[in-house]
Design a protein around this ligand. Structure first.
Ligand code: NAD
Ligand code: MLT
Length: 529
């Protein structure tokens, strides 16, 4: 049974998760920090919206946590670095609320342009006042978007139909796509200078925190109107209040705030500011879509080990994952193998993905390799999520290369590990989806199924060595399940790989090491398929 802690209480759309026999759900809406630290203990998964902050302390307090699911888009309320280090997947549901957020943005923009909230309030007070609420048309005006991702793009498409000219700043957006929709992707300053309306649709990160401040506002057109349905801290609220009071900024429409709910209500009570309490994603459709997708993401992760929508682990789509899965397992085995055969501190790892494999996004393969390698060295706390971080923390240099050619194979992976005393290389392939094979070790051709127990012996190629090895094993009661011999040239260095049913003891290793001509003995254990 997996225990999932939920910090909000809307169960709509979560049916699949709620009825699943492998999960129990505990609902504790908006726990205080102290409650949260206690509640997280014993939980395998955490399901949140934006109502809680999952900081390093909460993550440190968790003991079994493997998955944090953000039922929504923004994951700025999760300390992703702390989660990654602890091997916890952080996943969101991007896109589920895109249309809702875009429509809310447009709703606020229209409301602001036509003073709808103010006119409504006045009318409710039984005042028939028309002259105070003179509006302005959107048609013919320039809308400047900061962030042209999912929501920015949907806002742009709709506002083009309103006759607005769309300009946008987004350092990572695609020029061709923008051009196709008649959106001018231009530098940040040019958006500030030219826009009549500025709408923010970027994430909150180091490059966007406080992006709209006294200095950037001073570059904007006089009488500019600002909309923020992204994240509050992107705007310096004090600077915006000043700019509205000085009439530099004509009006602002805000759905998000520096602190939610706010301690300081100044921005909200300022005249010409219209506001909603973080409602952009609050539609029945968005919440159900998000909850349904998140249920599936959680179930897939815990019951099938499939990572989807992760923001701290590179993931691939389901079809690609299925194609890559045999190689993901193979890479993990190579890592585990090399961890057991090399001596010394690991300095460098070189992974070459050859043939068809070079067409794939290979980071998940590299992570699988590192997970196999480091789990042997560091223990059970290494997983797919934190393997790369742990390797980098240990100063291990990792290089990935891709080669079109794969010798005689469809796909081939070459792994070289360099320590301060040693080097080992393994080349491996899949003969079929269920037939992994090591085809060379230290450039000596082999044919090994990487599974179960093995003894890797480096020896001189001379008569009697293999016989002596067989005798020691036989005398020690070790059953030989298979044997593979490889050598570069007659009389040179050779490799004797013996498949055994069980792990051999230190005593047996030491007896083998004493055989004349044996240079090194490495017992290896790979999980049996
Ligand atoms: P997205 O990831 O699809 O788009 C964000 C875009 O911002 C990306 O294209 C990215 O390249 C761009 N970007 C990154 N850094 C930037 C920078 N320094 N300057 C300009 N652009 C930058 O995300 P989305 O789904 O469109 O969501 C956008 C924002 O809206 C997020 O902050 C999200 O949390 C927020 N959001 C709020 C609500 C709400 O209820 N108010 C609902 C949904 C999303
Ligand atoms: C989001 O990032 O998805 C929105 O802020 C909506 C929410 O709070 O869940």
């Amino acid at each position: 049974m997996y225990k999932i802690l939920m910090t909000y209480d809307s169960l709509e759309g979560l049916d699949k998760l709620l009825v699943h026999k492998d999960f129990t759900i505990e609902i504790h809406p908006k726990p205080s920090i102290e409650e949260f630290k206690k509640l997280i203990v014993g939980c395998d998964g955490l399901l949140i919206r934006s109502e809680v902050k999952v900081d390093a302390d909460i993550i440190a307090a968790s003991d079994k946590l493997k998955f944090i699911g953000r039922a929504g888009t923004g994951v700025d309320n999760v300390d992703k670095i702390a989660a990654t280090k602890k091997g916890i997947v952080v996943a969101n549901v991007p896109g589920g609320n895109t249309i809702s957020a875009a429509e809310h943005t447009i709703g606020l923009m229209l409301s602001m342009a036509r003073n709808i909230p103010q006119a409504y309030q006045s009318l409710k007070q039984k005042k028939w006042d028309r002259k105070d609420f003179m509006g302005t048309e959107l048609s013919g005006k320039t809308l400047g978007l900061i962030g042209l991702g999912r929501i920015g793009m949907e806002v742009a498409k709709r506002m083009l139909a309103f006759g607005m000219k769309i300009i946008a700043y987004d350092p990572f957006a695609n020029y061709e796509i923008a051009k196709h929709y008649d959106i001018d992707l231009i530098p940040f300053e040019d958006v500030l200078i030219n826009a009549d309306y500025i709408s923010i649709h970027s994430p909150l990160n180091d490059s966007t925190r406080g992006l709209i401040n006294a200095e950037t506002i001073s570059k904007m057109k006089d009488g500019v109107r600002i909309i923020n349905c992204a994240r509050g801290p992107i705007i310096n609220e004090k600077d915006l209040v000043q700019a509205i009071k000085s009439k530099k900024v004509r009006a602002a429409a805000l759905d998000v705030f520096a602190k939610e709910p706010p301690d300081d209500w100044d921005i909200i009570t300022t005249e010409n500011v219209i506001a909603t309490p973080h409602l952009a994603a609050s539609t029945e459709e968005a919440q159900v879509k998000i909850a349904q997708e998140m249920s599936e993401v959680i179930i897939d992760y815990f019951t099938k080990g499939i990572i989807r929508n992760a923001v701290n682990v590179p993931t691939v789509d389901w079809k690609t994952y299925k194609e890559m899965k045999p190689y993901i397992d193979l890479l993990s085995k190579i890592g585990l193998f090399q961890a057991q055969v090399v001596e010394g501190g690991i300095k460098e790892i070189k992974l070459a993905y050859c043939g068809n494999l070079s067409n794939y996004q290979t980071t998940p393969l590299t992570m699988a390799y590192l997970q196999g390698l480091l789990s042997h060295i560091l223990g059970m706390n290494v997983n797919f999520v934190n393997a790369l971080v742990l390797a980098k923390e240990r100063g291990i240099k990792i290089t990935e290369t891709k080669e079109r050619q794969a010798a005689d194979y469809f796909s081939l992976v070459k792994a070289e590990i360099i320590t301060d005393r040693d080097t080992n290389t393994v080349s491996a392939t899949m003969f079929s989806a269920t037939m992994p094979r090591f085809v060379s070790i230290n450039n000596l051709g082999v044919d090994i199924e990487p599974s179960g127990g093995m003894i890797i012996i480096t020896n001189e190629d001379k008569p009697g060595v293999v016989g002596s090895v067989g005798k020691v094993l036989g005398d020690s009661g070790v059953n030989i399940a298979g044997m593979n011999l490889a050598r570069k040239s007659a009389g040179g260095e050779a490799l004797t790989i013996i498949e055994v049913d069980d792990v051999i003891s230190k005593e047996v290793v030491s007896k083998l090491e004493k055989i004349e001509g044996v240079k090194r003995v490495a017992p290896v254990r790979l999980e049996k398929d």
